[in-house]
Design a protein around this ligand. Sequence first.
Ligand code: ADP
Ligand code: MG
Length: 152
Amino acid sequence: PNYPLRVRGHTVKGFGRGSKQMGIPTANVDPEEVPEHVLRLPKGVYCGWAQVNGETLDKGVHKMVMNIGNRPTFADGGGISVEVHILHDYGDVYFYGEQLSLLVVGFIREEMQFKSIGELVQRIQADIETARKGLDEEDMQKFVSDEVFSSR
Ligand code: ADP
Ligand code: MG
């Protein structure tokens, strides 16, 4: 892919597993709003930057990890989903219905099927650390001022 990839889309409700079952909330992006070329990317985990465009919410551009795929560990038949965990503590708030601005800048790993949810969670924690470090690099910082993000 030709990074960076820009995506704007609203947050929709998923199965509610991210936060409750795994302790890692993922904002599910309305698939109708995700461009075809992004839905067709190799399934797996990506990293980049994210901003939530909500009146009362934190307006910062933060690091994120993004999963594109079918959640094979859960085998829920839910089809392809695009989910983003933002490396920022928004408190106890949900921001369903709010628009997300996303800039995808790199690939972390391919989709995998884990034997247990515990193993999946461990791997996601490692992916988050990979993203945290990778996005600290100087050539990744410039993306924070990308046109996809609104300055408010
Ligand atoms: P769902 O299955 O409905 O996506 P989750 O348990 O994955 O439910 O929780 C996701 C929701 O949590 C997001 O839609 C968002 O409103 C909220 N949320 C709070 N903090 C974060 C965060 N740091 N990253 C992603 N989503 C967050
Ligand atoms: Mg989710």
